[in-house]
Each structure stands twice: as structure tokens, then as C-alpha cells.
Design a protein. Structure first.
Length: 77
């Protein structure tokens, strides 16, 4: 699996989204993190009453995210 450093992740999502996501993490909004294979799963508190379900895939074959928020992918969650 490719090593995903902060620089690589910033390149994928852009500085604004990366920094907003980091702020969510630092504020404790990210919970129930699990890594299974090349997929990271988490729940993130957002503006909805129910936490968003987030999935990030970082492998040599595929890179992307899915989220239950209105944006749906490559979001700050």
C-alpha cells in the first residue's frame, strides 16, 4: 500500500478541505475509527443530528472517499 503522508493527502483534497478535516479531528468530532485492509471507516459529527458515516480508500489501485453528508465524497468529514 502506498504511504499516504500529510503532503499526499493535502494534494488529493486541497489545503482548505484538509485543514477543515484536521480541525474536526482535533475537536474530537471523529470517532469509531476502524481500518480494514486499505479502507478507513469513521463516524464524524457534523451539522446533522446523526454522525456522518465516512469511508476512505487509500490503495495503489484506488483512492477516494464516500460520506453520508450532502457532499458525498472528498468532503471535510
Amino acid at each position: 500500500m502506498t504511504k499516504f503522508t500529510e503532503i499526499v493527502i493535502r494534494d488529493i483534497f486541497g489545503d482548505t478541505t484538509f485543514l477543515r478535516g484536521l480541525d474536526y479531528y482535533n475537536r474530537g468530532y471523529v470517532s469509531n475509527t476502524v481500518k480494514i485492509g486499505d479502507i478507513l471507516y469513521a463516524q464524524v459529527i457534523g451539522s446533522s443530528a446523526k454522525p456522518y458515516e465516512v469511508r476512505a480508500i487509500f490503495s495503489d489501485a484506488e483512492t477516494g472517499t464516500k460520506c453520508t453528508c450532502p457532499v458525498g465524497f472528498t468532503c471535510k468529514h
